[in-house]
Design a protein around this ligand. Structure first.
Ligand code: OSB
Ligand code: MG
Length: 368
């Protein structure tokens, strides 16, 4: 595959509802998109980094820098036999997985088009329909949260994830469980606790949650293993898993029973496929996490969620939960029983809306 041209764009889109986690609140998304032209075809990738380095060290701006100065020039150096070969070229760069993923994933889309198969099939997917859940941020009060949960449950979503932090946790879960005793429920702490909170975290066990996501340090697997020995709620790791090796070590230590997979955090489809294999051979369920993606990243998430090890509902939900108007056509929609149909047409399966993308672009730069 010869890459003829790469374009970086920053787009800015306000979220329909601001999204609050234990680390901060997001109202306006600033997203870097990567467009790759190769072999007469076009593929798009999305940098899933946030606006500030609060979820991970990466931001949309560090990704722009690393792409512009390193990844894009390297990608233009010569031909690539496969997206995996480009991923191997990127390996010397430490970290910056979200920047790497955006460029590598665009190549997967081009390869799928070349082969005349859907992206999902190109990456090894088998499911034709994927189960969906929602992630609901911290609200101004519990009543608002209960209302939001009711709305998502009646829309058909198969599981509800609520964000928690000290002061918005046991008290809130108590109310949620009283109102909704039977829903599949989980909590995501985004590293808001430490082992000093052990007695407090033990109280989560009485809500029979499917899992608690990343309760402890964003870079930790040791304390999580200690915590897992003390609580019955399964721990799911998000922030601290960046590769298949990280997953192997965390699982072997007993730090988690479930893994949240994010294409950006793990560095793209090549790494995600390896991580998926590690989890499959150890019988560890995986599910697809979300990063408030635009339609491009969302379409990649749909493809990844079709891999056979994705046995739990992901944070992959309808475009309209985030955007008044998405940048792909059709938008991602969810069925009344809480599923998304995996596109069966060649390539991405959704058409990037070039006019819409141009309208929300705040800067662009091209390389050839
Ligand atoms: O921890 O899963 C997370 C959003 C931004 C950063 C981190 C996380 C999240 C979400 C939202 O939970 C998932 C989504 O709906 O995209
Ligand atoms: Mg999380």
């Amino acid at each position: 595959m010869t890459i003829n041209r790469v374009e970086l764009r920053e787009i800015q889109m306000p979220l329909v509802h601001s999204f609050e986690t234990s680390f901060g609140k997001t109202t306006l998304r600033r997203i870097v998109l990567v467009r790759v032209d190769a072999e007469g075809l076009t593929g798009w990738g999305e940098v899933t980094a946030g606006e500030a380095p609060l979820y991970s060290h990466e931001t949309f701006e560090t990704a722009w820098h690393v792409l512009r100065e390193f990844l894009v020039p390297w990608a233009l150096e010569h031909d690539w036999a496969s997206p995996a070969e480009l991923a191997a070229r990127f390996r010397p760069i430490r970290g910056h997985n979200m920047a790497k993923a955006a460029l590598e994933n665009a190549l997967w889309v081009i390869e799928a088009q070349q082969k005349g198969i859907p992206l999902a099939k190109a990456v090894g997917g088998t499911l034709e329909e994927i189960p969906c859940g929602v992630s609901i941020g911290i609200q101004s009060n519990v009543e608002v949260l209960l209302e939001k949960i009711a709305r998502e449950v009646s829309a058909g979503y198969q599981r509800i994830k609520v964000k928690v932090k000290p002061g918005w946790d046991v008290n809130v879960l108590e109310r949620v469980r009283t109102e909704f005793p039977r829903i599949s429920l989980m909590a995501d702490a985004n590293s808001a606790y430490t082992l000093a909170d052990l007695e407090h975290l033990k109280q989560f066990d009485r809500f029979y949650l499917m899992m608690i996501e990343q309760p402890l340090g964003w870079d930790d697997i040791i304390d999580h293993a200690k915590l897992q020995r003390e609580i019955s709620t399964p721990i799911c790791l998000d922030e601290s898993i960046h590769s298949a090796d990280d997953a192997r070590k965390a699982i072997d230590l007993g730090a988690c029973k479930i893994i949240n997979m994010k294409l950006g955090r793990v560095g793209g489809f090549t790494s995600a496929r390896r991580l998926h294999e590690v989890c499959r051979t150890r019988n560890i369920p995986v599910w697809c996490g979300g990063m408030l993606e635009s339609g491009i990243g969302r379409a990649h998430n749909v493809a990844m969620s079709s891999l056979p090890g994705f046995t739990l509902p992901g944070d992959v939900s309808a475009s309209r939960r985030y955007w008044t108007e998405d940048i792909i056509s059709p938008e991602v929609t969810v069925s009344p029983h809480g599923t998304i149909r995996v596109p069966q047409t060649p390539g991405l399966g959704y058409e990037p809306d070039l006019d819409r993308i141009e309208k929300v672009t705040t800067r662009k730069e091209q390389f050839s």
